[in-house]
Design a protein around this ligand. Structure first.
Ligand code: F6P
Length: 549
């Protein structure tokens, strides 16, 4: 923060004053707490009442949002302002789900024409593949899609196809290859027949080494079956903002779907990067996903900050992290469909806000992005929830679930959701010494037994959670949920004044790998590294030489 906001000081005072206030007391004092601190937008109910917030705190947080100009930044994003400062680009994933009659200009050009044109091309392609009009080199129907891509060119599409798999008509099976470890591509390709496989090579830059290595292996695998290079276009399409590199890979222009430098990789599933979604679920489902995101965009753009779901989610996160001292944020879906959601959010959030300098290049004097982690809540209960309930660090958690069961199988969903509600309640209330003693006495335990055990059974409570309850997991709701988190990330970046849309921190490691690779490939010991790296490389080379001799 270049100039410290008045509201920041006020919030620090609130934190000092309220830090020992038990959360359950706040509920006891105000029977309307849920009504006050929850809101409903489209298919999403967002309950943030189980955070250590009061009217005073929320007032301070909204004042902060006004002071830093969240509304103005929001406007700038939606109108194509160059809010990706270090790369001097607009940030317009919202254009990808915007309606064509609502123009957005970049350098005087209405990008909605580009978006509509690309969507039309996607639709035609998807229908051709799904109907069997697009065939493999031997005339067989395409039955398997293999998406090759990593990071944003993998996580978004894979998370969504997994989440919506119950809507698939199984015309096409989709597989994902992201890892350059040959194990993954070997496993994916082993059972497949090249004549029936279509590869989607997704890479915004088309320079990512992992993706290009996998694409080359896939191509060799195809050629080992077809013995004919000219069939490559029947089995490969590319999605990229760098069409020339895809052409150099051997693809004709018509096999290349475009995205643009104003779409960040981690926000790109709404573009042709989402092809595997449309291929497996049908183009209409992809449109529903876009519509869900658009509904959240409209809410985010038009609702006052005080009634704005992404803004509130962002502010509550700021409160927990900057004023209550939380360093991490757990993502705990109570729905099998969302099993990849925390992995997806890790990139969306941590690559965006895991930064240490502000827009002016100064060190940020307070905590920025949180450590995002998690997995399916019900599995986590039998793994790491012990830490959430009684560990020394307080980890705020987002619980995410749906009212409707994903199947008609009886006897599961109520039990699943009972756990969702119970866990947020347990984290909020905890259980104090007197309650533990009472409970053990009621079970007929001896005084000695109780005295020994009591301190181990106490749960402090006051551990903050958000509950996000969808009506059902469908394409529309999922689109809204993803857009909610995207905008939350954006608002937090604005408050922290970090460049949420670049990712310079991933470059150094890539560059060093580029220097080390030739050292692994050539014979002999290396000498120009630090002693640890040199020791590791030389040990690796020695053992590898023994293994391959
Ligand atoms: O290394 C990080 C990153 O640049 C991500 O931001 C991006 O989503 C991923 O790599 C893949 O990049 P590309 O789509 O250009 O292959």
């Amino acid at each position: 923060m270049s100039k410290r906001q008045k509201s920041w000081d006020f919030l620090e005072q609130c934190a000092e004053k309220g830090k020992d206030q038990p959360l359950k007391q706040l509920f006891a004092d105000d029977k309307k707490r849920f009504d006050k601190y929850s809101l409903h937008v489209g298919p999403i109910l967002f309950d943030y009442s189980k955070n250590l917030i009061t009217d005073e705190v929320m007032g301070g947080l909204f004042a902060l949002a006004h002071e830093v100009g969240v509304s103005e930044w929001r406007e700038r994003m939606f109108s194509g302002g160059h809010i990706n400062m270090t790369e001097d680009r607009p940030v317009l994933h919202v254009a990808l789900r915007n309606t064509p009659d609502n123009p957005i200009y970049v350098n005087g050009k209405n990008v909605m024409n580009l978006v509509s044109e690309e969507l039309r091309k996607m639709k035609v392609f998807v229908e051709a593949v799904r109907s069997g009009g697009w065939r493999g080199y031997s005339g067989k129907r395409i039955t398997h899609i293999v998406n090759i891509g990593i990071g944003g060119s993998n996580l978004g599409p894979q998370m969504v196809t997994e989440a919506l798999s119950k809507f698939s008509d199984d015309k096409l099976q989709v597989h994902y290859v992201s890892n350059v470890d040959s194990m993954q591509i070997a496993q994916v390709l082993r059972p497949l027949n090249p004549e029936e496989v279509l590869f989607v090579v997704s890479s915004k830059t088309f320079t990512t080494r992992e993706t290009l290595t996998n694409a080359k292996t896939a191509r060799n695998w195809l050629l080992a079956s077809s013995f004919d290079e000219t069939v490559v276009p029947e089995h490969f399409v590319a999605v990229t903002a760098n069409p020339q590199n895809a052409i150099d890979f051997g693809l004709p222009e018509e096999n290349i779907f475009e995205l643009w430098d104003w779409v960040g990789g981690r926000f790109s599933l709404w573009s042709a990067i989402g092809l595997p979604i449309a291929l497996t679920l049908g183009y209409e489902k992809f449109e529903e996903l876009l519509a869900g995101a658009r509904a959240m965009d409209e809410h985010f753009l038009t609702a006052p900050l005080e009634k704005n779901m992404p803004v509130i989610q962002a502010l509550v996160g700021i409160w927990n992290s900057n004023f209550m001292g939380a360093q991490a944020q757990a993502i705990l879906p109570y729905n099998q469909s969302l099993h990849m959601f925390s992995a997806y959010l890790q990139q969306a959030d941590m690559e965006s806000n895991g930064k240490s300098v502000d827009w002016d290049g100064n060190a940020v004097p307070h905590r920025t992005g949180s450590i995002i982690w998690g997995q399916l809540g019900i599995n986590g209960q039998h793994a790491f929830y012990q830490y959430l309930h009684q560990g020394q660090n307080i980890v705020p958690a987002d619980f995410i679930g749906a009212v409707e069961s994903s199947t008609t199988v009886k006897g599961h969903h109520e039990y699943l959701m009972a756990n969702f509600f119970a866990q947020t309640q347990a984290l909020m209330n905890g259980i104090d010494e007197e309650q533990v003693r009472e409970e053990l006495r009621a079970k007929g335990k001896t005084k000695d037994y109780i005295d020994n055990l009591v301190c181990h059974k106490v749960h402090q409570g006051s551990r903050p959670t958000n509950s996000i309850l969808l009506e059902t997991i469908d394409a529309f709701s999922l689109g809204s949920l993803l857009a909610l988190y995207e905008h939350k990330i954006f608002v937090q970046g604005v408050i922290w004044r970090v460049c949420s849309f670049d990712q310079w921190g991933v470059e150094l490691g890539k560059e060093l790998a580029g220097h080390i690779l030739p050292q692994l490939e050539k014979n002999g010991k290396v000498a120009q590294q630090d002693s640890s790296t040199m020791g590791l490389i030389n040990h690796y080379k020695k053992v590898r030489a023994e293994q391959t001799s």
